[in-house]
Design a protein around this ligand. Structure first.
Ligand SMILES: Cc1cc2nc3c(=O)[nH]c(=O)nc-3n(C[C@H](O)[C@H](O)[C@H](O)COP(=O)(O)OP(=O)(O)OC[C@H]3O[C@@H](n4cnc5c(N)ncnc54)[C@H](O)[C@@H]3O)c2cc1C
Length: 313
């Protein structure tokens, strides 16, 4: 119930404005957001890299409402890729199609995505571009754009959400392409017509899809799996599965979000696994922050107390 309320609130523009300008809300969000600027984010990248952790850098901003904002988002993404290369950081970039204007025009988003992928691929060595997956209404468009562009550049990967019923078929398509896949459980508000609601069903499909993406057929096709979760049960399963199947630790990686389960991130590195952290930065942090609260509603009490306190003062 709380999860659904928070996810519904994440789409409210008036709340975004109220919360984004609240100092205490920003202090709470800082746990999950590396800062407002690319310079602040690059400092976090350097610290994580020094601890043996790779990064996927995300300039926050989604559901833009004007083409100029989408153009600006693509320029931000390319600038991040350039700075990653200049600094020699071990990092790629993540991008959302709604930040590139897919809600305004699929052609606009396709053109801007092509610019980002081509620009990142032209760097030496190339900087990897991951397309985040958003709500279910966008999955088909995202997969189709990805498939069209993957033919032009292999320097890109996609995300699959295990809560969606359709994901088993989508995984087969990505295996045929030989694509890099980040497997997540899914963070958006979805109806029971398209997505599992029960954690046990989402987890069971998570394991089924990872099993398929780690199969010898998938690995032979060039699939590289990122197991993106903080769930100790999923992590234990993945470690055990890779060990019993004799899958080399360099053939997959674990991924987590900035500010969540740092203890597990460090432990996995110490055990010799590849680890990458998703590092978001920028001023448009409200929807991202709300999704993180929805995943763990215990965090909400602190935020509500802080915001109410500030309103009263
Ligand atoms: C690298 C990365 C990229 C992602 N990209 C996408 C994407 O493109 N599209 C998409 O839909 N989703 C994305 N997600 C989010 C994902 O779908 C889940 O919502 C999120 O990872 C929580 O699920 P979980 O697998 O950690 O398992 P859960 O079962 O939700 O949580 C397991 C445990 O992890 C810890 N935990 C989880 N979330 C939090 C939190 N917010 N705060 C504190 N502790 C927490 C808790 O200890 C919890 O018990 C991404 C996640 C990661 C790690």
């Amino acid at each position: 119930m709380m999860r659904r309320g928070l996810l519904a609130a994440s789409r409210q523009r008036w709340l975004a404005q109220a919360v984004s300008s609240n100092r205490l809300a920003w202090l709470a969000a800082r746990r999950f957001v590396a800062g407002n600027t690319l310079a602040e984010a690059m400092a976090v990248v350097a610290t994580l890299n020094a601890a043996g952790i790779a990064v996927s850098l995300d300039h926050l901003g989604e559901n833009v409402t004007a083409p100029a904002e989408a153009e600006q988002a693509s320029r931000h993404c390319l600038e991040a890729a350039r700075q990653i290369r200049q600094s020699g950081a071990h990092a790629g970039v993540s991008v959302k199609l709604t930040s590139l204007g897919v809600g305004l025009s699929v052609d606009l988003a396709a053109r801007l995505l092509r610019d980002v992928v081509a620009g990142a691929a032209s760097l030496d060595p190339p900087v990897f571009v991951r397309i985040d997956m958003e709500d279910s209404a966008l999955v088909q468009t995202t997969l189709d754009l990805f498939a069209a562009m993957f033919g032009e550049s292999k320097n890109m990967g996609l995300v699959i959400q295990s809560y969606l019923y359709r994901s088993a078929e989508d995984v087969e398509r990505l295996i045929r392409l030989g694509a890099g896949v980040r497997m997540v459980k899914g963070a958006y508000l979805e109806p029971p017509t398209v997505a599992y609601a029960r954690k046990s069903d989402v987890d069971a499909q998570y394991i089924r899809l990872c099993t398929r993406l780690l199969s010898s057929e998938a690995l032979a096709n060039g699939v590289y799996l990122a197991i993106a979760t903080h769930d100790p049960a999923m992590l234990a399963w993945a470690k055990q599965f890779a060990a019993t199947q004799g899958i080399d630790r360099n053939r997959f990686e674990f991924q987590m979000l900035y500010g969540i389960r740092r203890d597990l991130q460090t432990a996995l590195v110490a055990e010799g696994y590849r680890m990458r952290v998703y590092v978001p930065y920028g001023r448009q942090w409200y929807p991202y922050f709300m999704r993180r609260l929805a995943e763990r509603p215990q965090n909400v009490g602190f935020l509500v107390r802080g915001v109410l306190g500030e309103l009263r003062s």
